[in-house]
Every structure is written in structure tokens, then in C-alpha cells.
Design a protein around this ligand. Structure first.
Ligand code: ARG
Length: 394
């Protein structure tokens, strides 16, 4: 007696491909339904997953959620200056949405189990499982349950007529969406090993970037980018455009040791040109518009937001509360920021907003707006207790 239907999160790579026959032969399912969720991977990858899914599974779905990903996950992360241990979050933002889409198919197909190809050492298994468990589904994860070797997988694929790209299978594990590209594994697992230039796909080496700086004006409305160089664009188009512009200037590379949720340290390499430029601009605009109190408090909120986001705990009630606070601060966050991209660096050259708390009249030495003699009295009280303390042991 078979076990019915299982829905598999499918990328078309070797691991998830061999999951299809494994779910039948080893786990006893009657029907395997593959789902590829498009969050802005290269079109060729989506195409490959679609072809392969149709060929080897009983039924296949490819679902395009790129715009939703931008509006519901990337935009909130921009408002929260979303970065984990110093790099713009990427993979972690996409996982809940991919998992939700898989839950939807599981429901519409009347399946009770889901499967994914995550290993038992990374973060993605936890992010996926969290959503799947919340939905009450049985979870199958062959890669972490079966301890398979690469050679066994290739042989098993051949036996089952699953096309394996012979020769140079990609030596790295790459995860990509429109906000970020991450490269790990292979020789990169030695943290002392310098990354070869050919692992990069979105950025040129800063040493190869043009000798003239490129300036881009990013316009924000309520905390999210809406235009580049005064041209209004959808979120997705804006990010894609800026990935090209910042990428050709070598902006947005990271090579780092990262603390995974399980506590394992990993060497990770990232490319995120648009994210680097947008987050730099967004932070700068916040400094113009938000009060000192808001800025200081929001820094803690942003950090907590990133921690929960990184873990994929998007249904944690605190996450909604943090988003509510962040949204309140972003209501006034409209304006423009000019960023200069040059050989791997990005810096802000100018900013403006009608909601800015900056006043040149106030800060100017010559202006009568605030009478500087009033500061004499303020200064007399300033640091009173610390001055008393300093003089105590004289
Ligand atoms: N360490 C990052 C994260 O957990 C990225 C992992 C991406 N996976 C990959 N196979 N490159 O968010």
C-alpha cells in the first residue's frame, strides 16, 4: 500500500533530481509532484528545473513569485536595513515564500507530505521545516536522512535515466535570487583559500571596474526605492537595473565567516550589488529624516529583525511587532539619495527629503535662528555628574 502524494521543492540540480525516484523507491510514495519557485534565479536554472520536472516527476509546477518576493520580503528588509553579520540578507528572505508556495500546492493537490533537498548542516532545512511544520505536514529530507555520496548519487541518477550534466558539475553550491547570490562549498570550504574570480557572476572585480565613478540617484517613497535617476520602476525592475549598474562597478562582494543557526561557522561568499547600493542609500536617508532617538532605537529593532529573518521565523509574533514599529518610522522616509559607485565602493554624495530634520539655517554659524549665547547656560550643566566624579580623588 503506497503512501500517496508528496510535493518536492525542486531546483533541478542533482540532489533534488534524485529525490524523485528516492521518494518512490525508498520512501514508498506513489506520486511525486515537483515545484520550482522562481524568486529571480537565472532564467536558465528555472528553465532547466521546469524541463527536468516535467520529464522525471509525475507532475510539475513552476511558480513565478518574483514580484511578491520583492514587495513582501525585500521591501520590508530594506526598511529594516536587513543585514546579518554585516551582509545584506538574501537566501533567508526567500525561504519562507518558497515554502508557503509549496504548502499551497500540497493543499491543492491533497498531499500530506513535503520533501526538500536540504542537508542537515545548513540553515535552509530549519527555515523550510518551520513553515512546513506550522502547516502540519510530514517532512521528508532525503539528503539529511540518507548520508549519500556524490558518486552514489550520480550512479543512481544514471540508473534512473536522470540527465546529469557530465564532466564539470558545478563544484560549488550556489543559491540565487534577485537580491543576492551566494556561493559556498568545494575549495571555498578552506577559509584560507582565496576565491577564484570565476565564482562571481554579478560583479566585476573592482580592479577591472571602470576608472570613472558612476553616480546614481535613488528615490525612496515611504522607505522603499521607487526610481533610479528619476525614472520610476517597479521594485523588481529597479533591483535588476541596479544589479547591473553597481555590479559593473564591482560593488557588492562579501567573503566572510558566518555563524549559522546551528552554531556551525561557514565560509560564505556573496554578491549583492543592488542591495549594497540601496541599503547604503536607505541608511543615509534615515539619518537625514529620523530623530536621534528613533535612529538609536531602530538600530536595536533592525538587529532583532535580522536575527528573526535570518532564522526564517516570520510567524514569530515579535517579527510582526518589529515590522509595525519599522513601518511607522518609514512613513516619512521619502526623498532622494545620490550614490557614487567606484571600483567596488559605494558612498553617498548627496541626499534630500522634505521630511528631513536637517536645517542649514540652524546649523550655520552666521544665522540668527538659534542664539548661540544660550548654549553658555546649557554647557554649565553639561556633564555635571561626570565632572564631579572626575574631581573626587583630587
Ligand atoms: N548562509 C546563507 C544563509 O543561510 C546562504 C546559504 C545559501 N546556500 C547555498 N547553497 N549557497 O542565508
Amino acid at each position: 500500500m503506497g503512501k500517496g502524494k508528496v510535493v518536492l521543492a525542486f531546483s533541478g540540480g542533482l540532489d533534488t533530481s534524485i529525490c524523485v525516484p528516492l521518494l518512490k523507491e525508498h520512501y514508498g510514495f506513489d506520486e511525486v509532484i515537483t515545484v520550482a519557485v522562481d524568486v529571480g534565479q537565472p532564467e536558465a536554472d528555472i528553465e532547466r528545473a521546469t524541463q527536468k520536472g516535467r520529464q522525471i516527476a509525475d507532475k510539475h509546477y513552476t511558480i513565478d513569485v518574483k514580484d511578491r518576493f520583492v514587495e513582501e520580503y525585500i521591501f520590508p528588509s530594506i526598511k529594516a536595513n536587513g543585514s546579518y553579520e554585516g551582509y545584506p540578507m538574501g537566501t533567508s528572505l526567500a525561504r519562507p515564500l518558497i515554502a508557503e508556495e509549496i504548502v499551497n500546492i500540497t493543499r491543492s493537490e491533497g498531499a500530506e507530505a513535503v520533501a526538500h533537498g536540504c542537508t542537515g548542516k545548513g540553515n535552509d532545512q530549519l527555515r523550510f521545516d518551520f513553515i512546513f511544520r506550522s502547516a502540519g505536514l510530514e517532512i521528508i529530507a532525503p539528503m539529511r536522512e540518507m548520508n549519500l555520496t556524490r558518486d552514489w548519487e550520480i550512479e543512481y541518477a544514471r540508473e534512473h535515466g536522470i540527465p546529469v550534466s557530465v564532466g564539470r558539475e558545478n563544484p560549488y553550491s550556489i543559491d540565487e535570487n534577485c537580491w543576492s547570490r551566494s556561493i559556498e562549498g568545494g575549495i571555498l570550504e578552506n577559509p584560507a583559500h582565496h576565491p577564484p574570480e570565476d565564482i562571481y557572476a554579478w560583479t566585476v572585480s573592482p580592479t577591472q571596474a571602470p576608472d570613472t565613478p558612476e553616480t546614481v540617484r535613488i528615490s525612496f517613497e515611504k522607505g522603499v526605492p521607487v526610481a533610479i535617476n528619476e525614472e520610476d520602476l517597479t521594485g523588481l525592475a529597479l533591483i535588476q537595473r541596479l544589479n547591473l549598474i553597481a555590479g559593473r562597478n564591482g560593488v557588492g562582494r562579501n567573503d566572510m565567516i558566518e555563524d549559522r543557526i546551528l552554531g556551525i561557522k561557514a565560509r560564505e561568499i556573496y554578491e549583492h550589488p543592488a542591495a549594497t547600493a540601496i541599503l547604503a542609500a536607505h541608511r543615509d536617508l534615515e539619518h537625514l529624516v529620523l530623530s536621534r532617538q528613533e535612529l538609536a532605537f531602530k538600530q536595536c529593532v533592525d538587529e532583532k529583525w535580522a536575527e528573526l529573518g535570518y532564522m526564517g521565523l516570520v510567524h514569530e509574533p515579535l517579527f510582526a511587532a518589529l515590522n509595525a514599529f519599522i513601518d511607522t518610522t518609514q512613513q516619512r522616509l521619502s526623498g532622494t539619495v545620490d550614490v557614487v559607485l567606484y571600483k567596488g565602493s559605494v558612498h553617498v554624495a548627496g541626499r534630500s527629503s522634505v521630511s528631513g530634520l536637517y536645517s542649514d539655517e540652524m546649523v550655520s554659524f552666521d544665522s540668527p535662528m538659534l542664539d548661540q549665547t544660550h548654549s553658555v547656560g546649557f554647557s554649565a550643566f553639561f556633564g555635571l555628574q561626570a565632572r564631579m566624579h572626575k574631581n573626587m580623588d583630587r
